[in-house]
Design a protein around this ligand. Structure first.
Ligand code: HEM
Length: 448
């Protein structure tokens, strides 16, 4: 529930650390611009499609990701695409665009379908009516998909070891440290960053070992190397300069794919399953669709485009529970948009959570209505009112990968199972790296 009044400075710090979702006020959902100067310096929250377009597209060069994001996430991801700025970012983006070309993404569909099928198979071997933590199950699934699309010849550690390290790493880096919010100097130790050190080292070593193994294979016989994301990263070159990625950049981008692509997608799926459990009619429409299109329970590449109900449910879940709940920028230089004056250094917050539930932009903003996203209706949605993957030059590079993966997983699950929320379970979103349900999502699995 949005607040009537903004929080005081101490409460705000605590809320930012524990769950930034609890800091929004009613004004944010009814006004297009809410600005002020406080703990975080001068900050403006934009929920106006025209202003958002200006910041993310028209004058994107004037808005960088800002210090706070850099400080929070730079451990491990610093030289990767998500955090890079300036020429390093431009060159990496040009070099990495082909990794996520429609052809390459389509090439990963078989792996996605296989992982989804294995998950359902494992559930089928368990007692009917069993309760599982769906958040956890989806996280396992999306991590397996990433592991197999990045390192298709296998991990040098077990997937479970890897999964544990990913979760604890994301847990620590995903929390806003009050020292970072207050701009404390770098030399003041951050407890969270200490805690993440061993996990980070585990990761770096595991990834380096796989990179070395693959480099040796490519050198010995390039044709024998699998065409997965790791080979594509090692071969990537900026078409303008011919420069490839350094070893540090390869490692940072592997970690970036895992940090940016794993929990985001798994939470999108978790929220979709939760929303469906609360909406029998929408669930029935998806069930009918998958029963007709997946006769043997497997998503074949050719049917992806026909799964319009499944896709609409995911789009609507991404609206109501956008995994990347905040997009933030900082103005490099003074800028003026109409009569809004933006001083250099001003923080701009574009919050998909607020934007997607804004009273001026959506009809019945808090209601789950997947039909908004059916092919005949979605054309009426303003491109800059719906930003689960951001927009402009820094739009999510993995968006089509994520959507293909989520549609494949959701359709496979619904084809075989009906999931219901455990009775009495209170569901509350909490913002870490991505928007996840606090305490998980216990649901009862029933075979269909
Ligand atoms: C449902 C799943 C996902 C959501 C909601 C999501 C959301 C986003 C958003 C909002 C941004 C833009 C951030 C900004 O402008 O500040 C972004 C960027 C990015 N995402 Fe995703 N993402 C998802 C899945 C993935 C996947 C699967 C991958 C890779 C395998 C990925 C890799 C990236 C990268 C590398 C960037 C940085 C792009 C750049 O700055 O050039 N994401 N994502």
């Amino acid at each position: 529930m949005p607040l009537d009044q903004p929080l005081g400075p101490l409460e705000l710090l605590r809320a930012l650390r524990d769950n930034p979702m609890t800091t929004w006020t009613k004004r944010h959902f009814t006004e297009k611009v809410v600005g002020g100067t406080g703990l975080l310096g001068r900050v403006m929250v934009f929920s106006d499609p025209a202003l958002i377009r200006h910041v993310l597209v028209d004058n994107a060069a004037n808005y960088w990701k800002g210090d706070l994001q850099q400080r929070m996430l730079s451990q491990g991801l610093g030289k990767g695409l998500l955090l890079a700025e300036g020429e390093l970012w431009r060159s990496q983006r040009r070099a990495m665009a082909p990794l996520f070309s429609p052809r390459n993404v389509a090439g990963f569909q078989g792996t996605m379908a296989d992982v989804a099928h294995n998950l359902v198979d494992r559930w089928r071997r368990q007692r009917d009516g069993r309760t599982v933590d769906v958040a956890n199950e989806m996280a396992r699934g999306t991590l397996r998909i990433l592991a197999r699309t990045i390192f298709s010849d296998g991990l040098t550690r077990t997937t479970d070891e890897f999964a544990r390290a990913v979760t604890s790493y994301l847990d620590v880096i995903g929390k806003l440290d009050p020292l970072d919010v207050l701009d404390a100097p770098e030399w003041v130790p951050r407890v969270g960053k200490w805690q993440s050190r061993p996990t980070l080292t585990f990761f770096e070593d595991a990834i380096d070992a796989m990179v070395v193994r693959r480099q040796a294979q490519i050198k010995a016989d390039p044709a024998s190397a699998p065409r997965d994301l790791l080979t594509l990263l090692l071969e990537a070159a900026d078409p303008e300069t011919g420069a490839g990625l350094s070893e540090l950049e390869v490692r940072a981008n592997v970690m970036t794919f895992i940090a940016a692509g794993h929990e985001t997608t798994s939470n999108a799926l978790t929220w979709a399953l939760y929303l469906l459990s609360q909406a029998p009619d929408a669930r029935r429409r998806v069930e009918e669709e998958v029963d007709a299109l997946l006769p043997d329970g497997i998503v074949a590449p050719g049917v992806l485009d026909q799964l319009v109900q499944t896709r609409a449910v995911l789009d609507e879940a991404l609206r109501l529970y956008p995994p990347a709940a905040t997009i933030s920028r900082e103005a490099r230089d003074f800028d003026q948009i109409g009569d809004i004056r933006i001083k250099a250094g001003t923080g701009i917050i574009i919050s998909p959570w607020v934007l997607h539930r804004h009273k001026l932009l959506w009809e019945q903003p808090d209601n789950f209505r997947p039909e908004r996203f059916l092919p005949e209706a979605r054309g009426t949605i303003d491109r800059f009112a719906y930003l689960p993957f951001g927009a402009g030059p820094r739009v999510c590079i993995g968006a089509s990968f994520a959507l293909q993966e989520a549609v494949t997983m959701l359709a496979t699950i619904i084809r075989s199972f009906r999931l219901d929320l455990v009775k009495g379970q209170k569901v509350m979103p909490i913002q870490r790296i991505s928007l996840r349900p606090k305490g998980g999502m216990p649901m009862v699995l029933r075979r269909r």
